[in-house]
Design a binder for this molecule. Structure first.
Ligand SMILES: [Fe+2]
Length: 214
């Protein structure tokens, strides 16, 4: 179905028109982790989501995982993709060892796919000075609230949140990293309030880090 959708191009003009001229459409777009992302369709039962990414010249994302399965189609202009395999067991906080297993260029009309979590670590890259466009379909997320960015050359991994929770997570990490006189009280206060699971984990991790540094 994605191939069929991508074989037609006319509908995409309507989408760009909405982005540029339809305030209601623009306001309905939730700010996500990726600034080049546009939401095209949410299935009413939330079973899947259709997104579009517009890749400016040489724009690449950071190697990342996903909370769900995904199907990614090159819609207009070629787009590069590197896939990675995770070699470590994920037990050490912040540590990840990746091995690149493929580096390909998807031509318009071609499709790649990812699986959730460690089975779908990849990175998309526009390797040209032209704009590339992908249409991405994602399923229901089995891990909500964040994705992970990987830095293979530093053997590192970090949790990344949508803008609103990112600010909370950064504030919590800063409190943990600064080891100030108020850090412990602030983190305890955070942990006693109502939090989403990923943000609670950030608080617990920062408090543990703070205590180990005292
Ligand atoms: Fe991805």
């Amino acid at each position: 179905m994605l191939s069929e959708l991508m074989s037609q191009k006319e509908w995409f003009g309507d989408i760009l028109g909405k982005v540029l001229f339809n305030r209601e459409f623009s306001e309905s777009q939730k700010a996500g982790i990726w600034p080049n992302e546009f939401t095209l369709h949410r299935s009413p039962d939330r079973a899947f989501l259709v997104l579009c990414y517009i890749w400016g010249p040489y724009l690449s994302d950071t190697a990342h995982d996903h909370g769900s399965w995904g199907i990614i189609g090159s819609f207009m202009k070629p787009i590069g993709e590197r896939k990675y395999m995770r070699l470590d067991d994920g037990k050490k906080e912040g540590y990840a060892e990746l091995k690149e297993v493929s580096s390909t260029v998807l031509q318009p009309g071609e499709i790649t796919s990812v699986l959730p979590l460690n089975k779908g670590i990849h990175r998309m890259e526009n390797r040209s000075d032209d704009v590339a466009i992908t249409i991405n379909v994602y399923g229901r997320s089995m891990r909500r609230g964040y994705i992970q960015f990987f830095y293979p050359e530093n053997r590192a991994v970090t949790r990344v949140y949508p803008p609103k929770s990112l600010r909370e997570a950064l504030a919590i990490r800063a409190a943990g990293a600064l080891s100030a006189s108020w850090s412990e009280d602030l983190l305890k206060q955070v942990l006693s309030s109502e939090l989403t699971d990923p943000i609670r984990k950030e608080g617990e991790y920062s408090l543990a880090r703070l205590k180990s540094s005292l």
